[in-house]
Design a protein around this ligand. Sequence first.
Ligand SMILES: *Cc1c(COP(=O)(O)O)cnc(C)c1O
Ligand code: SF4
Length: 389
Amino acid sequence: MEGLSVATEPPSSNLARKFTSELAEYIEYPEARPECWYDWKWQLKNRIRSLEVIRELIPLSRREEEGIKRATGRLAMAITPYFFSLIDRGDQRCPIRKQAIPRLEEFTISSSEMNDPCGEDSHSPVPGLVHRYPDRVLLLVTDSCAMYCRYCTRKRMVGEELPPLSMECFEDALRYIKSKKTIRDVLISGGDPLMMKTEILETYLKKLRAIPHIEMIRLGTRVPVTLPMRVDEALVNMLRKYHPLYLSIHFSHFKEVTPDVVKSCAMLADAGIPLGSQTVLLKGVNDRPATMKKLMHELLKIRVRPYYLYQCDMAMGTAHFRTPVSVGMNIIEELRGHTTGYALPTFVVDAPGGGGKIPVTPTYLISQAKGRVTLRNYENKIYDYVEPE
Ligand SMILES: *Cc1c(COP(=O)(O)O)cnc(C)c1O
Ligand code: SF4
């Protein structure tokens, strides 16, 4: 992935100081050097990856310092200068900061937490492919992301920035998909598929599109949010050739909906790509109903249709991010009826061990008798529906 995932070594001493002061300047005044700032390769190359650098940019708490020291190897810290610039540096509880900067709590593992919380590895017929549902598959093509979310459900396999799925492995996955005529939908994820070179991603898309029984292709990505400049004309013009192509974009907070993100989503939507959102319910980030509602409204304004709200998976070291399931149910209760139906994502728990996504909704059906159901509405008023005889 030449030019894409540049694993920058922490620079040392003098060089580090110069690098950091330049970086700080860019982060503070991005408009001063737009030719760097809007160059996504510059953004990737200059991701914030070391304690030495981040310490110069922001005062850290002891827990953060400890977390950063320990976050090496998989899911190491990496933050694009763009995403870092969204951090409110005066606010320890900034939702952007909590998602991007490791904390010591990440290294406290509860006994119920799992390496592979959704049982993906046990549902993998060939490397890179997860086949859980009858008519669709999940294809994991790369382990790289622009920014590593501290709560990542795939932290077991994300962030080493290895080369993308090899052509041999991809061909094996392709053979499997071709052999199963029931598969009509392929979801490409990772890591983040938009971290791949446009040409390589196109090779994958072209080969999938050539399979007659593949009706639709989906991409799961967070790049339009963490590295919006990656969404350029070349990418959009490539993607639009493979319709019907859907994009599920991972959003966590309304602060992520910046003018740059508005533009990246507009380009994708203008290319006829239906956009959906995926959000992980996170303690202290988006677990208040008003915060979630605002995010959903901001998404609709940029033509992103809320799709899933996920209960945070039981991945290792995520207890400080996880809420009770009732918090998610309450958020749905506060949305349904109170705002546009399009603003409602489906709240799901991805069953630990591999049962797939299970929707969890507040109960509106109060009783079910022969020929009659009793329902409540969003205002808790009761209604009877009489069924035909
Ligand atoms: C989420 C997921 C899908 C897609 O599920 P939808 O409900 O169709 O969006 C497919 N396969 C796996 C393994 C998944 O985790
Ligand atoms: S973008 Fe997705 S895959 Fe990448 S670190 Fe975040 S949650 Fe994990």
